[in-house]
Ligand binder design. Structure first.
Ligand code: F6R
Length: 366
């Protein structure tokens, strides 16, 4: 059942090229230059007339929502708020009929997300679901939706659900951008072509596994780790930290790289591994200068870089390469080494990777 892999988590990490392709199959028609998603098409007016999009989710799905915030605002020019479902539901939020709420949930059973949906519906919002489990409570409770089609995710730590959620949300953003005319035709086509190349690039990123294992060996005894990224890769830093925490029980924090000097930089010493996402597109020079600040305080730097990078290589203690892609698609690649890293560290520490202590695959109580 684990298909020859030692754990479900590893199997699911390796399934990502396939899962991402399954997510856009029949939706992304690059040759025809269209994106077909009936859940969006049937409610096009709702999306196009929306004052804003409110994304509600928990955990890893919330991180996917943060990535979506960048792409919806950047490409489709729609204001987005991303909310923890648990906070949203209890704070008497302002919701109107002009709001579109997107609920993201792998299991489709998360109690807080479900309650947030009910609240949004009661206030007249249009609610769209992005779920993996077909026929789940959230899929049924929403007005419309799009499944991720990632296949069953058994490992408690979410991996392929995250990348396929980002894929679905990217398709929606691109479709709306095309409808609104906020993206040029050539840019739209270029995005479609680049998205189609992602599964092979994920495969390429997975080839660094042996190297990542060595990096894991070096840092497995750390008691604290920092994860930094900017822009589209800031949520990837949060997700990297969550993956490490939940399966290895090592304390980790994700931050926007520029926030370092507002406090967390005080933590840096020669004991502190800092994982930095420093890919070529997207604030590269700024991230390089953030890396210099960490280096001058003797932090250990492990950087996720674009293939062929030279500048960060000179500064970092370790680099892990991923193929080049559009900035907006880079989270689909930069996430991969961070998943593998957490996996290997947890295995080396003898932790129960697929069923970490205190955690459940679906959180049906608040
Ligand atoms: C992290 C993880 C959790 C879930 C969260 C939401 O690896 O699995 O943080 O992402 O409980 O679950 P869903 O997406 O099922 O609503």
């Amino acid at each position: 059942e684990k298909g020859g892999y030692e754990h479900f988590m590893l199997k699911e990490i390796y399934e990502q090229p396939h899962a991402i392709r399954d997510t856009y199959r029949g939706r992304l028609l690059a040759n025809e230059g269209i994106i077909r998603m009936s859940g969006v098409e049937n409610h096009k007016e709702k999306f196009l007339n929306a004052n804003r999009i409110i994304i509600v989710a928990c955990g890893t799905s919330w991180h996917a929502g943060l990535v979506a915030e960048y792409i919806f605002e950047d490409i489709a020019r729609i204001p987005v708020e991303v909310e923890y479902a648990s906070e949203f539901r209890y704070r008497n939020p302002v919701i109107t009929e002009k709001d579109v709420v997107i609920a993201i949930s792998q299991s489709g059973e998360t109690a807080d997300t479900l309650a947030a949906i009910k609240l949004a519906k009661a206030n007249g919002a249009f609610v769209f679901g992005v779920c993996n489990v077909v026929g789940s409570s959230i899929a049924r409770e929403t007005h419309a939706g799009a499944y991720t089609h990632a296949g069953p995710e058994i490992g408690v730590a979410s991996t392929k659900a995250f990348t396929t959620q980002i894929t679905v949300l990217t398709l929606i953003a691109l479709k709306l951008a095309k409808e609104k005319g906020t993206i040029s035709n050539s840019d739209f086509h270029y995005h479609l072509e680049q998205l189609e190349l992602i599964p092979d690039k994920v495969k390429q990123a997975l080839k660094s596994d042996e190297h990542i294992k060595k990096v894991a060996e070096t840092y497995k005894d750390a008691t604290n780790c920092l994860y930094l990224g900017r822009g589209y890769n800031f949520p990837v830093a949060l997700e990297g930290a969550l993956k490490l925490k939940e399966i290895s029980y090592i304390h980790a924090e994700g931050y926007p790289a520029a926030e370092m000097k507002h406090g967390p930089i005080a933590l840096i010493d020669e004991q502190m591994p800092v994982f930095v996402i420093a890919t070529k597109k997207g604030h590269y020079e700024k991230v390089v200068s953030n890396i210099q600040e960490i280096k001058s305080r003797k932090g250990k730097i492990i950087a996720i870089v674009t293939e062929g990078d030279v500048d960060v290589k000179k500064l970092a203690d370790h680099i892990i390469e991923v193929p080049e892609t559009l900035e907006s698609l880079s989270p689909l690649l930069t996430t991969i080494p961070l998943q593998l890293l957490s996996y290997h560290i947890a295995v080396m520490l003898g932790k129960n990777v697929d069923q970490p202590r205190n955690l459940a695959k679906s959180v049906t109580v608040e």
